[in-house]
Design a protein around this ligand. Structure first.
Ligand code: SF4
Ligand code: SF4
Length: 433
């Protein structure tokens, strides 16, 4: 038994080591972002987090996938309570340590876990079929290259295998309880009872091996999953919470002005300068990830790659190159590249590449109509438009690199305060008669 305990502690310590390493990596890359002080309206933020991240509110636009996703989510939260018992048993060398303490309530708990286990299993099968057999278009668009598709499938298959391991373990355990008093009684477990006939004729030794194998498989699988999640789009399980909390509370359509520019315009129009803007404006817009607010970088790591934004994007629907999902994926890929260089002792940002041009092209950002459909569609309140606007702002203000028609419009705005080339005096001629 002591060998098993040592092995368990080693496995647990390895998982904790890698999770910690990865958390620090992600934190360091997010810290590259521009400061944005968010302290006001805490109640509204907390409500958003509760409704959207915890309550999955925005998922309920389509009922069946929403319910199945809810099963996976609740299953993840609740079944992981069972992992607590796995960890205590693994460290202390005990078996179902909570069973004698909880008495008949233990059976209730285990049956709830089993119900969720089966629900998660069925939901994962449904989602696999939807992705790979029904081939829902948003899972097969251009940016969904081999890795993102494999990432989603791997997680679904892993969950199915882990859930099967729980049911197998419980079935073998129930037979062992009837043969050996060493096994704490769990009470009758509804779903795994259906598997008992598969194992009922096996020798006790074989059952012990099956039960132990399923136990180890499940806990190693869970710990491996916990490490893997930090490299995958499934990071949204955790980051959806801060992302919804720090999401903008402004009405959709609100665009963050640059105080320095607002001041310039106000003084030009003789309206005084109410906004505080001192010193150098710094860079206009964003060329790379360090020019974006840190909240946009959290969003990049929170993206579930579900493609709801891209499916709603009018530019994408009309065949333009723009996909708001790709904007988020590219931002995260850029962060990952920089993070790896920083972890190896390098600067990271000065690798001759930038988010604009090397990851996201001008053709993509210029196709955006600023309609906010992507923002509305996102189930975790990500705002791809904010990144697009910052990149476009850089192109327009630092490079004067916008399309020629736009540049003449900008010039007209500056000189005539209107998109057209009328002098200010002529502007209201149309109303004279
Ligand atoms: S705001 Fe831009 S990226 Fe978002 S849906 Fe509209 S056109 Fe597409
Ligand atoms: S930005 Fe939101 S809607 Fe778009 S793919 Fe990511 S999670 Fe889905």
């Amino acid at each position: 038994m002591i060998v098993q305990q040592i092995a368990f502690v080693l496995v647990l310590a390895t998982a904790i080591f890698y999770i910690r390493k990865r958390v620090l990596f992600i934190r360091n890359t997010i810290k590259l972002g521009k400061e944005k002080n968010i302290t006001a309206r805490k109640n509204e933020r907390f409500k958003n987090m509760l409704l959207v991240a915890f309550g999955q509110k925005k998922m309920f636009k389509k009922l069946i996938p929403a319910i199945l996703h809810l099963f996976i989510y609740v299953g993840f939260l609740v079944i992981n309570l069972e992992v607590l018992e796995f960890v205590v048993d693994g460290v202390l060398g005990t078996h179902r340590i909570f069973a004698p303490w909880l008495g008949s309530f233990y059976a209730v708990l285990m049956n709830v876990f089993e119900f969720l286990t089966v629900a998660v299993l069925l939901a994962c099968v449904f989602f696999l079929v939807r992705r790979n057999v029904l081939k829902v278009p948003r899972f097969w668009s251009a940016e969904m290259t081999q890795w993102p598709r494999m990432d989603a499938n791997m997680i679904l298959i892993t969950e199915i295998v882990l859930m099967t391991a729980i049911l197998t373990m419980n079935a073998a355990d129930q037979i062992l309880q009837s043969r050996d008093s060493h096994y704490a009684p769990t009470g009758s477990l509804f779903f795994s009872s259906y598997l008992i006939p598969l194992f009922a004729n096996l020798e006790t030794t074989a059952l012990i091996i099956i039960e132990r194998f399923a136990w180890w498989f499940h806990i190693i699988g869970i710990l491996g999953f916990a490490v893997y999640v930090t490299y995958s789009k499934h990071l949204h399980i955790f980051l959806a919470f801060p992302n919804t909390y720090f999401a903008s509370l402004e009405p959709k359509g609100h665009i963050n002005n640059m105080p320095v520019v607002t001041n310039e315009v106000k003084s030009m129009l003789g309206l005084g300068t109410s906004e505080t803007a001192t010193g150098e404006p710094g860079r206009f817009g964003a060329k790379d990830v360090n020019d974006l607010a840190w909240t946009s970088l959290v969003s990049a790591y929170s993206c579930t790659e579900c493609g709801r934004c891209t499916a709603e994007c009018p530019a994408n629907q009309t065949g333009k190159k723009l996909s708001p999902r790709k904007i988020m994926m590219d931002t995260r890929d850029r962060l990952e590249t920089i993070g790896k260089t920083m972890a190896a002792g390098g600067d990271g940002l000065n690798d001759g590449k930038t988010l604009l041009n090397d990851y996201i092209t001008k053709e993509e950002i210029n196709a955006c109509t600023s309609c906010n459909a992507c923002v509305e569609a996102c189930p975790v309140m990500i705002n791809p438009l904010e990144i697009i606007i910052e990149l476009r702002r850089y192109v327009a203000m630092e490079e004067s690199g916008s399309p020629a028609q736009w540049n003449s419009m900008f010039q007209n705005m500056e000189t005539s305060f209107a998109p057209w080339k009328f002098s200010a005096a002529d502007r209201f001629n149309w109303a004279k008669d």
